[in-house]
Design a protein around this ligand. Sequence first.
Ligand code: SF4
Ligand code: SF4
Length: 233
Amino acid sequence: MPDRAGSDFNRKIQTRTVAPEVANPIRPIDDIIDKLWDHRLRQSENDRKQMDASSTLCTSCGLCCDGSLFRIAPLVPEDGAVTPPLRSQEDDDERFLSLPCRALDSEKCCTVYDHRPRICGAFRCALLDQLDGGIITLQDATQKVAVAHQHKSRTLAVVGQFVDTDGRGMKDIKQSYRGLSNADQTRDARSYKEGEFLLKAFGHYLRNTFLDNRQVTLNSAPSTISKQEADRP
Ligand code: SF4
Ligand code: SF4
């Protein structure tokens, strides 16, 4: 049998056995833990930044709470009794949160955040999804929200010459506006037409920017409720 002590094969084996990772097996484990920990920290930091961005957007918006996007939002049994400032209404066997929500303050923050109904935590509009998905920047998303509020102010200023708009959702306002008598409409026909146009344009902007035929579904034993945006603007 040939002696392989001095062969290339043996030298390769020897070289491998003195490689640092084998000489000190604890080291690579430390490295892996360090890397995992770094990754976790980076992930937490990204999550925190994402949450900050979402929160910044929503506190500049409030359109899903103030009656612009929806007239009602579904409640589930786990939400328990609805107490002021929240208001609820019933339809068949289902309960709904009435919007505009009175828990929304002038800074567009929820004053009952820790006890808000389940649907409030579950709902995400299309714009928020785009922000979270990195499809749009916070700056551009905030700009879209600002445009929506400008649309709303202008619409209410014109429509408010004909119907009461205080504390009312857009759908109710629209219904009252369309139900105006001929005499009321022709009192200032030009402004009435402008109001009609603005209502339509605002609804169109809201649908395109915040809703994309999405359904808000909330699973809850024993019942499953699904909110179709039937009352969309
Ligand atoms: S409409 Fe969208 S961006 Fe605005 S508050 Fe609701 S979830 Fe946030
Ligand atoms: S309870 Fe809070 S989150 Fe829910 S609709 Fe009212 S203001 Fe918005």
